[in-house]
Design a protein around this ligand. Structure first.
Ligand SMILES: NC(=O)c1ccc[n+]([C@@H]2O[C@H](COP(=O)([O-])OP(=O)(O)OC[C@H]3O[C@@H](n4cnc5c(N)ncnc54)[C@H](OP(=O)(O)O)[C@@H]3O)[C@@H](O)[C@H]2O)c1
Length: 284
């Protein structure tokens, strides 16, 4: 039995589609009428539900997370404490194997609140004694991606496209199918135990190139305006004094500055990981 948290999310739905016909159990917070799998109702704060969810599981795939919550306390509550509760339930039910989908955000020099919580969850899992694999995707795109929808609505919203800093920082967006394949190839793969893998796309782009490619694909013709970090930083600091949920977070600005690097070599070697190019993924 494969027990999956976060199955109703963007990545989870793609994973479930690929696991069709396999024995699967999902931790679900609310009813999804079209979600026809074995479920345990509850959330990561509910220790009883987690105990029942992990019962008879051979492997747990932990995807559930707060990614962009209204209240930043949720990062700690869901991503850190929720993971702690899940570890406890796994131990109670003698589940040994866990695959954790973390994020490249946990590897930056300056961690934002999300990255901090993912890094803390990784640390808890590393110290848990469970047979752990950590996968760290970068920005995931593909059919029904929340992040891509948010980006597109942002690109449509303004007359120009505001970009934090010079936009020359590099990253490698990854298609959801590649992330799903990486997860699947960990399940019965002993080589991946107690390892962490960067799960990146094939194409490395600067943020400027990424925006240009997306705009071209969706026929958005707007000028990019780069806002120097020296201006973004004070704006984010003042904004956070005015309102708790100011969208431009200081930690985010600092994390942009530090960028992310990473390598898919370990995943290629152990997981037979062969990601697609950004153009191919965008046209899928
Ligand atoms: N999307 C990306 O670009 C990206 C990049 C790197 C890493 N990741 C990681 O990949 C994983 C999946 O991301 P995603 O894009 O699929 O996210 P998503 O669409 O926001 O889905 C999040 C999932 O977590 C569940 N969840 C949230 N809080 C929960 C709680 N307290 N208890 C139980 N379940 C809870 C949600 O359930 P409901 O349906 O009930 O809300 C949903 O199923 C996450 O761990 C994320 O950090 C994502």
């Amino acid at each position: 039995m494969i027990a999956i948290t976060g199955a109703t999310g963007f990545l989870g739905r793609h994973l479930i589609a690929k696991l069709k016909g396999k024995p699967v159990k999902c931790l679900i917070r609310k009813e999804y009428p079209r979600f026809k799998v074995n479920i345990t109702k509850g959330d990561l704060a509910d220790k009883k539900a987690l105990e029942s969810f992990t019962k008879n599981a051979k492997v747990v795939i932990h995807l559930a997370a707060a990614i962009d919550p209204k209240d930043k306390e949720e990062y700690q509550k869901v991503n850190v404490e929720g993971t702690r509760n899940l570890i406890e339930a796994c131990k109670k039910n003698k589940v040994r194997r866990i695959i954790f989908v973390s994020s490249m955000a946990s590897t930056k020099t300056h961690l934002d609140d999300y990255g901090k919580s993912k890094s803390e969850a990784e640390r808890l899992l590393l110290n848990s004694g469970l047979e752990l694999t950590i996968l760290r995707p970068s920005f995931i795109y593909g059919k029904d991606s929340n992040s891509m929808e948010k980006l597109l609505s942002f690109l449509h919203k303004f007359k120009v496209i505001p970009i934090v800093g010079d936009g020359e920082y590099k990253f490698r967006p990854v298609h959801v199918d590649d992330v799903v394949n990486a997860i699947l190839s960990c399940i019965n793969n002993k080589k991946s135990i107690n390892k962490a893998y960067d799960i990146l796309g094939k194409t490395e782009l600067t943020f400027n190139e990424f925006i240009d490619t997306v705009c071209k694909k969706y026929n958005i013709r707007k000028r990019k305006v780069h806002i120097p970090l020296s201006i973004c930083l004070p704006i984010s600091s003042i904004g956070s004094l005015v309102t708790k949920n100011f969208p431009l977070k200081r930690t985010f600005v600092l994390s942009v500055k530090s960028g992310t690097t990473g390598s898919i070599k370990p995943a290629e070697r152990d997981l037979n990981y062969k990601p697609m190019s950004f153009i191919k993924g965008l046209n899928k």
